[in-house]
Design a binder for this molecule. Structure first.
Ligand code: COA
Ligand code: ZN
Length: 307
């Protein structure tokens, strides 16, 4: 049977991974004080997420915005039931993440060579080599590892990306022992038909329950892409409160799909997330006051206009 023709029932429940404190705050032009990051994460924790990606243990020269990763991890109040995760590019990052006692780490590479080179200063093959020891260290510590495949639908330097390239890097990450793969539309170019065909290709290589989708809403297609992914059987989605974000190495990339917009759609479809939408709005409202900028969430704008 043609994989593209398989339409699953919609899931009863979806795991929403909040990436705002990392994917969002890594891209800030102004400085967000460490205490405000901690307050933002604590407010997000009150919303009852299963997973919050809190920060990155990357080079502070590359991403000065997250140079306070250790202080942030030490300052937040961890709620039972929430996994607090962080990005790790290499051994040094893993050592820092272990010292900070994160619950899970994420390694990150991409499906296009130029992006990976700009982002982590190595080739795709080089990144996989670097991750080998990271995954070993995580395993030894009993930690789960997520792997990001960025630029899965398009690259800011190379344009269109072949689905076969996404499959290849996904298989390499799985071979290392990565538990979950997050497929990133870093520059927000994907359309639903592309999501359907890429998921159809990937699900022969990755059990569908280990596959996550990470959409940016740069061109307004993120929610449509979520629907296509739900129909393909995907049950893990990344989003950021208030649509925060972008990518320092992807010029013009706007924010992630806003968590509020994702939750509104999922809950409206009768799909549970366990996350309190009002509490996410409270977290976004706080961060908006710190940044002096309205959140890029349609639901947030509508909900706060009604009050
Ligand atoms: N944490 C802190 N410092 C680190 C580090 C880490 N994880 N990894 C490297 N460094 C430091 C090194 O100690 C070295 O410092 P020095 O100049 O004072 O000796 C310096 O950074 C360069 O180290 P090197 O190993 O040569 O790394 P690099 O310059 O090739 O950079 C990365 C590679 C991966 C560390 C860097 O490109 C990076 O952190 N990228 C992250 C980008 C990112 O987060 N993008 C957004 C997410 S998609
Ligand atoms: Zn992203």
């Amino acid at each position: 049977m043609d994989n593209n023709m398989v339409i699953h029932q919609q899931p009863d429940r979806v795991t929403v991974v909040e990436v705002g404190p990392r994917d969002g705050l890594q891209n800030e032009k102004g400085v967000v004080a460490t205490a405000d990051k901690i307050r933002f994460i604590d407010l997000l924790s009150a919303a009852g997420y299963p997973v919050i990606e809190a920060t990155s243990f990357v080079s502070p020269k590359a991403i000065p915005q997250l140079g306070d990763a250790a202080e942030v991890m030490a300052g937040i109040t961890r709620r039972p039931g929430i996994r607090y995760t962080a990005l790790v590019p290499n051994r040094k990052g893993m050592e820092r993440a272990l010292a900070a006692q994160v619950d899970e780490v994420a390694v990150f590479t991409g499906a296009s060579e130029s992006f990976v080179q700009h982002n982590i200063n190595t080739s795709i093959a080089g990144s996989i080599e670097n991750f080998r020891s990271v995954v070993e260290m995580a395993r030894a510590a009993g930690m789960r590892v997520r792997g990001y495949v960025s630029t899965a639908f398009g690259c800011p330097y190379e344009g269109a990306v072949a689905p076969a390239a996404v499959l290849s890097v996904t298989e390499q990450l799985l071979a290392l022992g990565v538990d979950e793969i997050s497929i990133g539309d870093t520059i927000g170019v994907a359309t639903p038909n592309q999501v359907s065909s890429l998921t159809a290709l990937l699900k022969d290589a990755v059990p569908i329950e280990r596959l996550a989708m990470h959409f940016h809403d740069t061109r307004g297609t993120a929610l449509a892409n979520v629907l296509a992914a739900l129909q393909a059987g995907i049950t893990i989605f990344d989003s950021s409160a208030g649509g925060l974000g972008g990518c320092p190495y992807a010029p013009g990339a706007s924010g992630n799909l806003a968590t509020e917009d994702l939750l509104y759609m999922l809950h409206g479809m009768g799909i549970e997330t366990g996350i309190n939408l009002e509490a996410v709005i409270a977290a976004s409202r706080f961060l908006a006051s710190v940044r002096g900028m309205a959140p890029a969430s349609r639901y947030y704008a509508a909900a706060t206009a009604e009050r």
